[in-house]
Design a binder for this molecule. Structure first.
Ligand SMILES: CCCCCCCCCC(=O)SCCNC(=O)CCNC(=O)[C@H](O)C(C)(C)COP(=O)(O)OP(=O)(O)OC[C@H]1O[C@@H](n2cnc3c(N)ncnc32)[C@H](O)[C@@H]1OP(=O)(O)O
Length: 151
């Protein structure tokens, strides 16, 4: 992975980054020297209080970006815990730069950190997460359910 390279979505329909999910955020994520980064504008579809992105949508952006930071260490892992600090409102339609990196690894635990900045350079949010490394088999049950569905 080269610096500046656009990274592939987790799946075509991923709520965070899948280009085929009209209800998703559609994050576009690139590799940076330290980790990964995405510039994102929340839309009316993610509104909470008038004019402000819902905190859950902001958490989705952080969680999904952490999923991309995994590419930098080549481990398959899932979110075990996620903590968000909301420093300021995330205004709809305004660009925010999210950046994330893997800070530490202890056995199966990956500790990840992220920040989000508005277009004036003010920090709007930060996040910390513990991801736990899993095998490919972790995703098998879900994939089988999707394949067997006829609705
Ligand atoms: C293909 C693309 C994949 C990437 C997609 C990324 C998308 C964005 C991220 C997501 O949305 S992931 C989806 C939301 N997360 C989940 O669905 C995870 C649900 N939880 C689980 O499946 C299990 O709890 C989990 C696999 C995470 C762990 O279960 P295990 O039984 O395998 O492990 P265990 O509970 O024994 O814990 C493993 C290690 O983590 C440690 N640990 C667990 N929780 C912790 C915690 N909260 N803080 C610190 N350490 C923790 C635990 O002590 C232990 O350490 P050691 O290995 O050193 O003994």
């Amino acid at each position: 992975m080269e610096i500046g390279q656009r990274l592939p979505p987790h799946s075509p329909d991923c709520a965070g980054c899948g280009p085929g999910n009209p209800a998703g955020l559609g994050l576009e994520v690139v590799r940076t020297a330290a980790g990964v980064e995405a510039v994102h504008r929340f839309s009316d579809a993610q509104v909470g209080a008038p004019g402000i992105a819902h905190g859950g949508a902001v958490a989705l952006a952080f969680d999904d970006l952490f999923g991309f930071a995994l590419y930098t260490v080549g481990s398959l892992a899932v979110t075990r815990s996620l903590t968000i600090e909301y420093h300021a409102p995330f205004w709809l339609h305004r660009p925010y730069t999210f950046s994330a990196h893997v800070a530490q690894r202890e056995g199966r635990r990956l500790l990840l950190r992220a920040d989000a900045w508005d277009d004036a350079g003010q920090k709007a949010g930060s996040a910390a997460a513990t991801f736990v490394v899993v095998s490919l088999g972790h995703f098998a049950a879900g994939a089988e359910q999707v394949m067997g569905r006829d609705d």
